[in-house]
Ligand binder design. Structure first.
Ligand code: PLP
Length: 383
């Protein structure tokens, strides 16, 4: 039996062969500790980490000194929001975020709420976009951070990042942006867009799992954070612990490739997505969830709303399709009983429509032939 077609690139990406090749020596001969300053093994590791820091910074328009390596976006999100909360206590305890953020942001906010933080959860409209007026009016002189993601992992919807940054800065607050899904797909530049804190993760851009980075702005304004992890003072004291040199080197390479190749990938991938959506329009009641004007080029969240769908039917279809292709459901299957997606519900979808939604996310290894196969199977099941 042939391998199922992979259409779940927003969950994770396969590692690029060139990234793997670049990383392997650091799992073998170049095993040194980047903090060992007395010998060549350490110097080689340190040089490789410095190079990777430059590659990550260069992809997002930052300075090398503004990059902190982490275990991924979840850690970077925790470090940002908890780190700001701890340091800016004297200013206030108010945090603003959005109902459609990733659970890493929402759960961190919920945790801080139990510690005394006041959280405002912004609504989104039917397209998944926030209302800038609502944002502006809820920021007070007690607002220490505003956390809005660049692009949503379920729908691909891209928020108006520059406008958000302007509003946040005009009110003297800090803008944290979860760019996990946008990096390598959208042209993200922290200076141009006015982002103060940004997280990214290697496994969403053809690197390995378990490594990521946090950008921390050093000037205009300088952002200060309190660390989550103490001991050793690595990463300017913000993230202690022996550096994951192979992972960091791989992240650097993945960023270098993303910078060079994003445009080529975009055009091919957006054609595949357009083909899929166009073909599936024949299915009665098929609808795209989220803005089609402001969306990542690889993501398609489709509601098969015309079908007589009972709760869980999309999940059953996905299970049936999984022999042929891999996609994600519009429900969070983190618990035994699948819950309807909090993202789709915030956009106003009914519970039944959330359960009838499927996320297709394409990547650079997908082909037209694969997409045609997938369309054929879906139509065979649903028409
Ligand atoms: N934020 C978004 C938008 C994501 O899509 C993910 C991963 O799915 C994360 C955060 C968490 O990233 P990581 O797996 O690196 O912890």
């Amino acid at each position: 039996m042939s391998e199922p077609v992979y259409l779940d690139y927003n969950a994770t990406t396969p590692i690029d062969e060139r990234v793997l090749e670049h990383m392997l020596p650091f799992l073998k001969n170049n095993f040194g500790n980047a903090a060992s300053s007395t010998h060549q093994h350490g110097w080689i590791a340190k040089q490789a980490v410095d190079d990777a820091r430059r590659q990550v910074a260069s992809l997002i328009g930052a300075e090398e000194s503004e990059i902190i390596f982490t275990s991924g976006s979840t850690e970077a999100i925790n470090l940002s929001i908890k780190g700001v909360y701890e340091i800016y206590k004297n200013k206030g305890n108010h945090i603003v975020t959005v109902k459609t953020e990733h659970k890493a942001v929402l759960d961190t906010c919920e945790y801080l709420a139990k510690k005394g933080a006041e959280i405002t959860y912004l609504d989104v409209d039917a397209e998944g976009l926030i209302d800038l007026q609502q944002l502006e009016s809820c920021i007070t002189d007690k607002t220490i951070v505003v956390a809005v993601m660049y692009a949503n992992n379920e729908t691909g919807v891209i928020q108006p990042i520059e406008e958000i940054a302007q509003i946040v800065h005009a009110k003297n607050s800090i803008f944290f942006c979860d760019a996990t899904q946008a990096i390598g797909k959208a042209d993200v530049d922290v200076l141009e867009s006015g982002i103060d804190l940004l997280c990214l993760s290697a496994h969403k851009l053809y690197g390995p799992k378990g490594v990521g980075a946090l950008y921390v702005r050093r000037k205009n304004p300088r952002v200060t954070l309190s660390p989550l992890i103490h001991g050793g003072g690595h990463e300017k004291g913000l993230r202690s612990g022996t550096l994951n040199v192979p992972g960091i080197v791989a992240l650097g390479k993945a960023c270098e490739l993303a910078k060079k190749e994003t445009w080529d990938n975009n055009t091919n991938i957006s054609k595949l997505r357009a083909y899929l959506e166009h073909q599936l329009l024949d299915i009665p009641g098929m609808r795209i969830n989220g803005s089609t004007r402001s969306r990542l080029y690889n993501t398609s969240n489709i509601c098969f709303s015309g079908l007589p769908i009972a709760i869980g039917t999309a999940a059953k279809l996905i299970a049936e399709w999984s022999r042929h292709f891999s996609v994600a459901s519009g429900s969070a299957c983190t618990s035994a009983i699948p819950e309807p997606s909090h993202v789709l519900q915030a956009m106003g979808l009914s519970e039944a429509d959330s359960y009838a939604s499927v996320r297709f996310s394409f990547g650079k290894y997908n082909t037209q032939e694969e997409t045609e196969q997938v369309v054929k199977i879906i139509k065979g099941t649903l028409l």
